[in-house]
Write a protein that binds this ligand. Structure first.
Ligand code: G3P
Ligand code: MG
Length: 246
């Protein structure tokens, strides 16, 4: 199995993160899958935006949870990136699912529940994944173990991943206590020992955010399950070179 290339927030080096053009470009750059972040609006519509607050990636201010979906759709989610992308809207999860169901892409949905615990987000997301029949190629991840537990309680066959940015001495004891199938770690904690332990425990390992060719090469040589990258095109050429042995 090759190390999968997963476009982090879409092809986010080249297009505004977590927007439809970022997902489309990731597909054209031959990514194996897409990673995106899910938050809930005031009227409980799952939307794709990384921060709890709209300030950084739109022309608005305030929290996603204080906007209705209709209000949120008035915001410009592209102008902050460049003039060329002015007028883009924050996508709903449903908009992404409508598109992705016809494309051979894996989907990594990160539930952003570590700061705000959105009521019922797991069930709302699950129902949409089920409606669009993409459950078998979706992995639900979260820094909040509560979301993983809730998702597995809805359906134990949904693939889940625990996200961590810190080196944990007892990571595997902790993982064993969770209904998480996989682990996603920040690149700074990637090392030979972690790779070995994941293999021994049969826990798929994915690493974020891997943009430098040297680090991408290291991940491919470790044969981990996946890399989350803002530059799927670069990742693709590094992986192709590794496969050719050049
Ligand atoms: O899912 C991996 C990665 O996206 C986690 O960090 O902050 O980029 O959402 P962040
Ligand atoms: Mg994320």
């Amino acid at each position: 199995m090759p190390t999968f290339i997963l476009a982090h927030r879409g092809a986010s080096k080249y297009t505004p993160e977590n927007t439809m053009p970022a997902f489309h470009l990731a597909y054209r750059m031959q990514a194996d899958g897409i990673e995106t972040d899910v938050q809930l609006t005031k009227d409980e519509i799952p939307v794709l935006i990384h921060d709890e607050n709209v300030r950084r990636t739109t022309d608005g201010t305030g929290f996603v949870q204080d906007y209705t979906f209709e209000q949120l759709r008035m915001l410009d989610a592209g102008g902050w990136f460049s003039k060329e992308f002015e007028g883009l809207r924050i996508p709903s999860l449903e908009e992404l699912l409508e598109w992705i169901r016809d494309y051979p892409l894996f989907l990594h949905l990160e539930l952003k529940t570590d700061v705000i615990s959105y009521n019922n987000i797991e069930q709302i997301v699950y129902d949409l994944l089920s409606k669009y029949e993409v459950l078998d190629r979706t992995c639900i991840s979260s820094f909040n173990e509560g979301s993983i537990i809730n998702m597995k309680a809805i359906n134990p066959s949904v693939e889940t991943a625990y996200l961590t940015s810190t080196k944990m001495r007892k990571l595997f004891t902790y993982l064993n206590s969770l209904p998480a199938d996989d682990v996603h770690v920040k690149h700074t904690i990637l090392g030979r020992r972690l790779v070995y332990q994941c293999r021994k425990n049969k826990v798929p390992l994915r690493v974020y955010t891997v943009n430098k060719p040297s680090l991408l090469r290291k991940c491919f040589r470790f044969e981990i399950a996946g890399v989350f990258t803002d530059v799927p095109d670069i990742a693709w050429s590094v992986r192709a070179a590794e496969e050719r042995g050049t």
